[in-house]
Structures are given as C-alpha cells and as structure tokens.
Design a protein around this ligand. Structure first.
Ligand code: UGA
Length: 463
C-alpha cells in the first residue's frame, strides 16, 4: 500500500459514509464530518444508520481509529490533505439541484486553508459547480494558491455501495492541475495498482490484482457532465424498456424475451433493461430533472429527457389501471403490498414508486396492508399507519384476507414466495407483479392469476 493520505469527508449519507470507510479500507486516515450531532454519536457508537452490505463490518473495523467522526468541519479541514464534499444536493422546486449545502461547506473550508488542499466534489452536481466552489472559497478569504477544486463523481448503487466503491467500473477524476490530479491518483492507487485486492480481508468483487480499476483523468467540467449523463442514460434505458414493455402488451409479445434479444447485442448490453413500475430513488428522478435544467440553461434542447420522465410517471399509472382491470372496482378493496423500498436489498424509500402507487391506491379507496423486509421503519415515518394503511410482519400476513397481492419492489425474498400458501390466504388468488419476478406459467400452475409488465397475463387452468 502507499503512504496514507489524510482525508476529510463532509456528509455521512450513503456516499459520504461509504466513501469514508472505504478510504480507510484502502489505507487512509479519514475524518468524517456531519453537522448532525446525533448522527455523529450513532456512528461513533458503531450504528451505520443505513442498510448496506459490508458497511457495519468496515465501520466496526475502523471507527474511532482510522475513521473518526466530528461536527467540526474547520478542524477536519485544517488536518486534511483532501476534503471530499459529499453533502446532499436535493431537488429544488424548479428541478435544479439545490447547492446551498455545498456552498455552505465551501465557505467553511475557505476559513481553514492553512496549507495546500484539494477540495473534491463527490456529491452529484451540475457542470460549473466546480467554478462556483472555487469562486466561493476565494470570496471567503481562500488564497487561490492554497487549493484546487476537483470533481470525483461517485457511481455506487445503494445496496451494493461498498462493493461498487472498491470494485468500480471506473474512477473518474476531473482535475485542471497536475498537482490536484496527483493527490487523487495517490488516494486511489491501491485500487488502480491492484494492491488492495491482495490485502487480507479485502472485500471480494469483480476486480483483482491482475485486473484493477481504471482511473480516467478528465477536465473538471467533463467529470461533472459524466456523472449526470451516466444517470440520465441509465434512466433512459429503463424508460426505453418500459415503453417497449407497453408495446409488447399491446402486441401480445413478451418483453422479457425482447429484452434478452436486444441485450445480447454487445453494443446495447443486458443491464438496466428490467421493465417494471418505473425508476425511483434519491438519484435518477432528481438527476434527470437537474440534467434537463442544465441543458435548458445552456440553451441546448434535450427534450429526450422530458420523454424519459413522462414514460416513468406513466408506468405507475398503467400499473394502477392493471390493478383496477383485475379487480373491477377499487373502492373498498383490501390489497396486500410487498415492497416499499425504491428497489430491492435497501431500506431507502425516497422517491419510491411503491410508495407512490400505495398513495394512488389509497386515493382510489383501497385499504393496504404492506410489508417490506427492511423499508418499514422509514416508510412509517413517511406514511404512518392509518385506517387505510397497516404494516404486516411478513409477506403472508400482508396477503391474509386480501383481494389481491401486489409486488412493487424487487426484493430477492419476493421471488421465492410459497405461492400455494399465498393462494390459501388470499380472498381472490391474484398476484400483480410490478417487477416481473416470476415465470407467468409457473404462477398459473400454482393456481393464481398472474399479471406482470409487458407479458401476457397467465390464468390457472379451469378445474
Ligand atoms: C443509481 C446508479 O445506478 C448509480 O450508478 C449512481 O451512483 C447512483 O444512482 C447515484 O447517483 O447515487 P441507485 O439509485 O442506488 O443507483 O439505484 P439503481 O440500482 O440504479 O436503481 C434505480 C431505480 O431504477 C430503482 O428504482 C430500480 O428499481 C430501477 N430499475 C433499475 C429498473 O426499474 N429497471 C432496471 O433495469 C434497473
């Protein structure tokens, strides 16, 4: 391993916290800064606060040792060689990214620049943010020879964040000076020279010593655009396959076969071609809107992104219509719902299509009994229990006495349900699957009517 770099990471959300423990894992000393004292106390005590594989293990390995936690951004900046800004950039009312947290952090960093530091944008930010951070630091007394601003976007996915960080498809570093680029190259060296993958207890994944990670050096602006363009492209892929799924329904074809057929073309690839009830989460909806606004503000027509958003919103309404078509009327119907998180294997319910659909179904007069393996605590905060919404202890309790059962999140647990048991619990044996987790004929063979996305409905044979 290389000599370690002292790194401050500001913000301990998904990106910040994962980056902090992973930087420690590759040999650096990390000061993790958050302005929420309760979060800092929880992290010091070993509570990782989010549901993420490997995170508890790494947090316990390094907390209060190679990773320390503090609310004191000034002291952390003074001690660090590189300060990573990983605070939230939520969507503002106009669809733009709200950069006020980034600005506040830049102001504070400016007051503690006592030696050369690299300020690194890790949060997802629009192009030109780099220049604004630089200007803000200078306006607040930062001497331009004492710092550089670098863009180092993060591409990790929730649920597999630690593995994605340590086994990345690529590391993008947008740096406009060789000095700043060198600091980032040193930080990521254990991943780019492959030495990390030979270390004892290394987190296993796609990469190894002979096939280490690629680091792409670009300009800062290009790096900022790479992040937005990547998320927008992936969202576009999902909307594309959802539109194809709708076409398959109209033509009585099977979208899973079509997705396989197009995904085998190596220029297209098989990933992110899973149709469903649309994309959600804290990134795609916000980033597509922000990227569209960036294009608008630069005078570029990128209305393709508006279509991506339109298809995504319509996908939920289409599923609602399927529920109605299966049950005739919705008022007074009791539905079991499996899934609250925006995707499987995470407890995150932000911008979850499942939550949107539950709200739409309740507005139509349905009563919902919902279950999610990890998302119920967070969901209870967003949607407390009412006479129209209760939470169940497991999938079968959600199905008990329901008029139909709905799958809205692709948890692997939901692809292995005991279907005959479900059938005995349901009032009507109807499974509406918004994530295509089953083979239609297999479900029908177990005695349930099965409605999914982009495939013909399957019905049990009449006795
Ligand atoms: C996404 C990107 O995949 C990451 O590369 C990126 O770093 C991250 O956003 C971010 O900007 O922070 P994430 O939001 O964790 O990661 O979730 P994804 O796995 O990308 O899924 C997003 C949504 O698309 C989910 O609702 C998922 O169910 C849906 N999806 C995904 C589909 O409907 N179909 C697919 O084929 C794939």
């Amino acid at each position: 391993m290389i000599g370690s770099v002292t790194i401050a990471v500001v913000g301990s959300g998904y990106v910040g916290l994962v980056a902090a423990v992973c930087f420690a894992e590759i040999g650096h000393n990390v000061i993790c800064v958050d302005n929420d004292q309760r979060k800092v106390d929880a992290l010091k005590g070993g509570d990782s606060l989010i549901h993420e594989e490997h995170l508890p293990e790494l947090l316990n390995r390094y907390r209060n040792d190679r990773v320390t936690f503090t609310t004191d951004l000034g002291a952390a900046t003074a001690a660090a060689d590189a300060v990573f800004i990983a605070v939230g950039t939520p969507q503002s009312e106009t669809g733009d990214a709200d950069l006020s947290y980034v600005e506040a952090v830049a102001c504070e960093i400016a007051r503690h620049l006592d030696s050369y530091k690299v300020i690194v944008e890790k949060s997802t930010v629009p192009v030109y943010t780099n220049e604004w951070v630089r200007r803000t630091v200078e306006r607040n007394g930062g001497n331009s020879t004492m710092f550089d601003v670098v863009s180092n976007p993060e591409f990790l996915r929730e649920g597999t964040a630690v593995e994605d960080f340590l086994h990345p498809d690529r590391i993008v570093v947008g740096a406009d000076t060789p000095r700043a680029a060198a600091v980032l190259q040193a930080i990521y060296k254990p991943l780019t020279d492959g030495s990390y993958y030979t270390s004892p207890n290394a987190i296993a994944g796609r990469l190894n010593q002979g096939d280490p990670s690629v680091l792409l050096l670009t300009s800062t602006k290009s790096a900022e655009i790479i992040k937005h363009a990547s998320n927008a492209f992936l969202a576009m892929k999902i909307s594309f396959i959802n539109a194809v799924a709708n076409l398959c329904e109209a033509a009585d074809a099977n979208v899973e076969q079509v997705a396989k057929g197009i995904g085998l073309d190596s220029r297209i690839g098989p990933k992110f071609l899973r149709p469903g009830i649309g994309y959600g989460g804290s990134c795609f909806p916000k980033d597509v809107a922000a990227f569209r606004n960036v294009a608008d503000s630069l005078g570029v027509d990128f209305s393709l992104l508006t279509e991506v958003e339109k298809i995504n919103a319509e996908q939920k309404r289409r599923f609602l219509r399927k529920v109605r078509a299966a049950l005739w009327t919705l008022r007074g119907k009791r539905l079991g719902v499996l899934g609250l998180a925006f995707k499987g294997e995470t407890d995150d319910v932000r911008e979850s299509p499942a939550i949107d659909l539950i709200e739409m179904l309740i507005a139509e007069g349905c009563t919902i009994c919902a279950y999610d393996p990890a998302g119920m605590d967070r969901s209870r905060v967003e949607m407390p229990e009412t006479s129209s919404l209760t939470y169940a202890a497991d999938a079968y309790a959600a199905a008990d006495n329901a008029d139909a059962i709905l799958i809205l999140t692709d948890w692997s647990e939901f692809s292995k349900l005991d279907l005959p048991r479900l059938k005995t619990l349901l009032r009507y044996p109807i499974l509406l699957d918004g994530r295509n987790l089953y083979d239609p004929d297999e479900v029908a063979a177990k005695g349930l009517t099965y409605v999914s996305v982009g495939r013909p409905a399957a019905h049990p044979a009449r006795a």
